[in-house]
Design a protein around this ligand. Structure first.
Ligand code: GLN
Length: 545
C-alpha cells in the first residue's frame, strides 16, 4: 500500500486542540472513503500514561485491547467512529525501552547507541511499519515545537520525508494568534517564530492552522503566508467555537482536505458531512436542559473527565436535551453543605483511585439514593455506592474497600486476585506498587428485565475496564435482602459488573467505563438512559411532584 503521512506539530503554546484537530481532519478524510489512522507520539519518559495523575495530561483513555493511552485517542475514536489500539500511541519512554532491550540483546553489537540514528530509527519504525493498509497516517506529535523532549520526534519525522519521498508527506503546524485587546490587533509574530524554529530543524510546514479567538482577517493571513513561506490558501483559520463538533465543517469549508488529497494525488469523492450537520442541529435545538453534577477530585481540569463529559453530551444529543455539566469537588461536600448538590438533576461519580475526597462522595451518594435523584456510579462510583448502601441501609457501619482500609473488618470491595481466568495481570512488579489491574474489553452477561438490560437491549455486552478492586461477592449475598441487586456479571460469573438498587427511579453502578465507548454518532445506552431519567426528574422537580 502506498501510505501517505500527515505530521501535525504544535507551536507557541500547548492546549491548542491538536488532538481534536487531528481527529476532525481524520473524520473528513475517512468520509472521503480513505483508510485513515492516527498515531499520537508523547514526548515524556513514562512507558505509558497509566501512572500519571489525570491532573497532568487529563484522563487516561483505555483502548479495547487494554492499553492505557493519552486522552487524544478518545477524540480520535469519537470523531472517526473507529477503534484505537496499542499501536496508536507511544512515548519516548517506550521507544527507549525497546532500544535498550535491543542493546542488551546484542542487536547493535559494536555500535555506540545514539539518539540519531538508534532512537530516531525506532520512532520511524513505530510510525511506518505498524499499519500496512492505510491511505493516510496522521501523526500527532505531543508537546510544542521548541521543547527539548520533542526533538528526537521532529528529527524522525524530518527523516521520514527522505525515506518515503516528499510527495508522500505533509506537515501541518498548529499555532496560536493572540489578540491584543489594547491595540485591537491579532499578532502573528509568535507564529513566525514557531515556524522559524521548525525550519531550523529542517521542517517547512505545508499548512498552518491558526487558533485564534476570532476569524483571522485576510491581511494577517497574507502576512503569515509571506513570512512563513507558504501559500495564502494554506493559512487556515481555526477560531474558538462553541462546539468541537463544528470543526470538521470549519476545516472542510477552508478546503484543507482538498489540499491534502491534491498533494497526495488521491482522486476521491468529497466528504459528506451530513452526520456532523445533524449533530450540530441536535446540539443547537435542544428541547430542554438538565443539570448534571460530576463529583470528583480532579475538577479543576475538565480534561481529567473528558470521556465522561463527552458521553453525557452524547446522551443529551439523543434526548435533544442540553446537558449543563457541573464539576464539583468532592472534598468540599460535607453533611452541612449538601445545598451544593441541590440544583442537580442527575449525579455521576466517575472512576478514580485513592482515598482523597471519598467522604464527600459517600455523602453525595446517600443524598442521591434517599432523594430519588438519578445516580450513575462508574467504577469507583459503583464501589462507593455499595459502601454507602452497606453503611446506611444494610447496617454494616464498618463496610469499606481494601483500597482505603487494607485490613478492614468488612471489605465489601476487595483487591482483585491475580487470575488468568479473570484476565487480571500484575501491572507493577516493585513492592510499592504491587497490585493488579484488569484492563480493556471484558464480556459481561446482563440479567433479564434489569434496568441495564432494558437500556442495552441485549443479554451480552462488551465494555472497557480499568480497575484493581472488585466486589466481594460472598459479602454481597448478605446485603441483597436490603434492596440491592446484581444486574451484570462477567461471562465466567466471577466478577460483579453492574449493580442496581430497588425502589429508585435510576440508580446504576458499573465496574467498567462505558464512557470510552460513546461517540456522538453512537450514543451509549447507559448515558442516554441516564439523561432521560434526569430529564424526567427535573420536570417532576419543577412541578413539585
Ligand atoms: N480504584 C478503584 C479500583 O482500582 C476504581 C478504579 C476506577 O475507578 N477506574 O478498583
Amino acid at each position: 500500500m502506498n501510505t501517505n503521512y500527515i505530521f501535525l506539530t504544535g507551536g507557541v503554546t500547548s492546549s491548542l486542540g491538536k488532538g481534536i484537530t487531528a481527529a476532525a481532519l481524520g473524520s473528513i478524510l475517512k468520509l472521503r472513503n480513505l483508510k485513515i489512522t492516527i498515531i499520537k507520539l508523547d514526548p515524556y519518559i513514562n512507558i505509558n500514561p497509566g501512572t500519571i495523575s489525570p491532573m497532568q495530561h487529563g484522563e487516561i483513555f483505555v483502548t479495547e485491547d487494554g492499553t492505557e493511552t493519552d486522552l487524544d485517542l478518545g477524540h480520535y475514536e469519537r470523531f472517526m467512529n473507529t477503534k484505537m489500539t496499542v499501536q496508536n500511541n507511544f512515548t519516548t519512554g517506550s521507544i527507549y525501552k525497546k532500544v535498550l532491550k535491543k542493546e542488551r540483546n546484542g542487536d547493535y553489537l559494536g555500535s555506540t547507541i545514539q539518539i540519531v540514528p538508534h532512537i530516531t530509527n525506532e520512532i520511524k519504525k513505530n510510525i511506518i511499519s505498524k499499519f500496512k493498509k492505510k491511505d493516510i497516517i496522521i501523526v500527532e506529535i505531543g508537546g510544542t515545537v521548541g521543547d527539548i523532549e520533542c526533538l528526537p520526534f521532529l528529527e524522525a519525522i524530518r527523516q521520514i520525508a527522505l525515506d518515503v519521498g516528499k510527495n508522500k508527506i505533509l506537515y501541518i503546524h498548529l499555532t496560536l494568534l493572540p489578540y491584543i485587546i489594547t491595540s485591537h490587533e491579532i499578532k502573528t509574530k509568535p507564529t513566525q517564530h514557531s515556524v522559524k524554529e521548525l525550519l531550523s530543524i529542517g521542517i517547512q510546514p505545508d499548512i498552518l492552522i491558526c487558533r485564534s479567538d476570532r476569524k483571522i482577517p485576510q491581511k494577517e493571513k497574507s502576512k503569515i503566508a509571506l513570512f512563513c513561506n507558504i501559500s495564502e490558501k494554506s493559512v487556515i483559520s481555526l477560531q474558538d467555537v462553541n462546539s468541537i463538533y463544528t470543526i470538521p465543517n470549519l476545516l472542510q469549508y477552508q478546503k484543507v482536505d482538498d489540499y491534502i488529497c491534491k498533494k497526495f494525488k488521491l482522486n476521491v469523492p468529497k466528504a459528506n458531512l451530513q452526520d456532523w450537520n445533524k449533530i450540530i442541529y441536535q446540539e443547537n435545538n435542544p428541547k430542554g436542559t438538565v443539570i448534571i453534577g460530576i463529583i470528583g477530585k480532579y475538577v479543576t481540569l475538565p480534561d481529567a473527565y473528558r470521556s465522561v463529559i463527552e458521553a453525557l453530551k452524547h446522551g443529551g444529543l439523543k434526548n435533544r436535551i442540553f446537558v449543563n455539566i457541573k464539576l464539583i469537588n468532592s472534598q468540599k461536600i460535607k453533611s452541612h453543605n449538601i445545598h451544593l448538590l441541590k440544583s442537580l438533576n442527575g449525579i455521576v461519580i466517575p472512576g478514580g483511585f485513592g482515598k482523597r475526597g471519598i467522604k464527600g462522595k459517600l455523602i453525595t451518594i446517600q443524598y442521591a439514593r434517599e432523594n430519588n435523584i438519578p445516580y450513575f456510579g462508574i467504577c469507583l462510583g459503583m464501589q462507593l455506592a455499595l459502601i454507602e448502601f452497606c453503611r446506611n441501609v444494610a447496617q454494616l457501619k464498618h463496610a469499606n474497600s481494601e483500597e482505603f482500609e487494607p485490613q478492614g473488618k468488612y471489605s465489601i470491595i476487595k483487591l482483585a486476585e491475580n487470575d488468568k481466568n479473570k484476565n487480571i495481570k500484575i501491572q507493577y512488579k516493585n513492592k510499592k506498587f504491587q497490585g493488579t489491574m484488569r484492563l480493556g474489553n471484558q464480556t459481561c452477561k446482563i440479567k433479564k428485565n434489569s434496568l441495564a438490560w432494558k437500556l442495552y437491549n441485549s443479554d451480552i455486552i462488551i465494555e472497557r475496564h480499568r480497575h484493581k478492586y472488585e466486589i466481594n461477592e460472598n459479602l454481597f449475598k448478605k446485603i441483597e435482602k436490603y434492596g440491592i441487586r446484581i444486574s451484570g456479571k462477567s461471562i465466567n460469573n466471577k466478577i460483579i459488573e453492574i449493580i442496581e438498587i430497588n425502589n429508585h427511579p435510576w440508580f446504576i453502578g458499573c465496574q467498567f467505563h462505558p464512557e470510552f465507548n460513546s461517540t456522538p454518532r453512537n450514543n451509549h445506552p447507559l448515558f442516554v438512559g441516564f439523561i432521560k431519567a434526569s430529564t424526567i426528574y427535573s420536570i417532576k422537580k419543577k412541578q413539585n411532584i
